[in-house]
Design a protein around this ligand. Structure first.
Ligand SMILES: *Cc1c(COP(=O)(O)O)cnc(C)c1O
Length: 519
């Protein structure tokens, strides 16, 4: 047995019996106890709170008096706490290990951000307070807006959208309002490249546009010839992601912007993954008219179950007048919230949501910005890209890459060509990663790449952690390739995950026929 310097064992002895074969008596796994659903803990006799008896005459409520049990679980405070902590331990978390979901940008959230978001005067204010009592919060929003405009080189920003997809909606509604104001309401088509994130065509359709798909070249970029042939008089906008969802920079972006503008249309850029270029490239200089920025990706606020996020939209001069309300104005005599636009005939399309957006996310994102400074934010992009290229370079001799020429941006894309002749699919490989302690990468997206595996490490991972991840993937890849010649390793993949609290789920059935009751 190995011992550390003070003589404590550091690794369990290898035993013939693996934990996969061993079954505990209770269904628990080591220190992870089996956990029932909270509503299965049917005992309504206990409470974690000591309420005084209330004295309400039932006659006040008439026939509204409840006759049956409320049906809430009866738990003491420690029982309630343990229930949720046990559940949380059944999931992967960014605080447990690298979370390589491409396009999702799952990065460490500095604790400093959380501390700032909870400051008295920020964590406990209410959106209906008089603005004279929340001047600091409004100044914070104004400062965040200033940083976003400076980093993107754009003159206006709408802070209120609550996620990337909501930002897309905001951008397209601004574009629609601008076309209608210019008598161009007949423009009903939005161009979307075939590699786009699913939210792009979905947003266009939701706004009432029809979607025209643009082909991509063999090196993973927009096919300019195809684009030119599809720009007609009815085109309202193009929605383009840069870096695109193959993790590649669109080299022709300036030409694309010119083509679109010459046709009288607007250029919407999906800036969810601004983390790849922040501090290096200003989208305003590329000809972008509207772009959402996922604060919860680029500027490290929690998401993926830990949200909510925020998706502010920066707007060009051409679209600034169509920004939704509200916005913060520094009146020289304190900050005010412009809630209705400049006058009754203002061109803006109204509000995206009640109140002013996700204040807690503004605080976290601004904390990330200020703690990095402008030089640090540039390094965010550089390190995110460096880390992704390190992964690509360390794996491409064993796993195949669809676009091998040149560096990638913030994420490394692999396909499943290297699995040909093995008995393993992209899904099997991803599930086997769970047994090794890593969350799977994004799979089967982008749709244009067969069996895609999209890996994004982000800038917050150290080289040591990247090496651990790479070593794990190399070992798994070797095991997958071995299934070409023998069946010894097949079960490792086909039955994976072996060690997770729940095994392989029928995801299609879960989505199509969700079981929404228990018992
Ligand atoms: C994450 C993402 C979105 C959607 O953002 P949400 O905040 O999840 O709505 C859109 N486009 C791209 C490229 C993304 O990565």
């Amino acid at each position: 047995m190995s011992m550390n310097a003070v003589g404590r064992p550091t690794r369990p002895e290898d035993t013939a019996e693996t934990s996969a074969e061993f079954k505990s008596l209770t269904g628990g796994k080591g220190l992870l106890q089996y956990e029932r659903l909270i509503f299965e803990k049917k005992d309504y006799t206990r409470t974690g709170v000591d309420f005084a008896d209330i004295d309400i005459s039932p006659s006040d409520l008439g026939d509204l008096v409840r006759g049956d049990d409320l049906g809430l679980p009866g738990l003491t405070e420690p029982e309630a706490m343990r229930h949720y902590v046990r559940l949380s331990q059944k999931n992967h978390a960014i605080d447990l290990a690298l979370y390589p979901l491409g396009s999702c940008t799952m990065k460490h959230n500095p604790r400093l951000n959380e501390k700032m978001a909870r400051l008295e005067g920020i964590g406990d204010i209410h959106p209906l307070q008089p603005t004279s009592t929340v001047q600091g919060a409004l100044e914070l929003m104004d400062t965040l807006a200033h940083w976003l405009k400076t980093l993107t080189g754009m003159p206006a920003v709408a802070l209120s959208p609550k996620a990337g997809a909501h930002g897309e909606l905001c951008g397209l509604l601004s574009i629609k309002a601008a076309h209608e104001a210019k008598g161009q309401g007949h423009r009903r088509t939005v161009l979307v490249p075939s590699s786009a994130h699913g939210t792009n065509p979905a947003t266009a359709a939701f706004v009432g546009y029809s979607v025209r798909e643009i082909a991509q070249t063999s090196d993973g970029r927009v096919d300019l010839a195809d684009l030119k042939s599809k720009i007609t008089d009815d085109v309202a906008a193009i929605m383009l992601t840069n870096p695109n969802t193959c993790g590649l920079f669109e080299r022709d972006i300036v030409d694309i912007a010119k083509l679109i503008h010459d046709a009288g249309a607007y250029f919407y850029c999906d800036g969810a993954n601004f983390n790849a270029i922040v501090g290096r490239v200003r989208p305003g200089d590329l000809g972008v008219d509207a772009m959402h920025i996922n604060l919860h990706k680029t500027f490290s606020t929690p998401h993926g179950g830990g949200g909510p996020g925020a998706g502010p939209v920066v707007l060009s001069e051409a679209l600034a007048a169509y920004a939704p309300t509200p916005w913060v104005v520094n009146s020289g005599n304190g900050y005010v919230l412009e809630e209705f636009g400049e006058d009754a005939s203002a061109a803006n399309f109204g509000r995206m949501c009640a109140f002013h957006g996700q204040m807690g996310m503004y605080v976290r994102a601004l904390t990330y910005m200020l703690s990095h400074g402008s030089d640090g934010l540039r390094q965010v992009a550089e390190d995110a890209v460096l880390n992704a290229n390190y992964i690509k370079a360390s794996l491409q001799d064993i796993m195949s890459v669809p676009f091998p020429d040149g560096p990638c941006m913030h994420e490394a894309l692999f396909d499943d060509k290297w699995l040909e002749g093995t008995q393993v699919t992209t899904l099997d490989f991803a599930k086997a990663m769970i047994d090794e302690g890593f969350h799977p990468m994004t799979m089967y997206f982008p749709l244009v790449v067969h069996g895609a595996m999209l890996i994004e490490p982000t800038e917050t991972e150290s080289k040591a952690e990247l090496d651990r991840f790479i070593d794990t993937l190399r070992a798994l890849a070797a095991s997958a390739l071995a299934t070409k010649n023998n069946t010894d390793d097949v079960a490792r993949f086909k039955n994976a995950p072996h060690l997770a609290p729940t095994r392989r789920l029928d995801e299609t059935k879960a989505a199509r026929q969700p079981k929404l009751t228990y018992g």
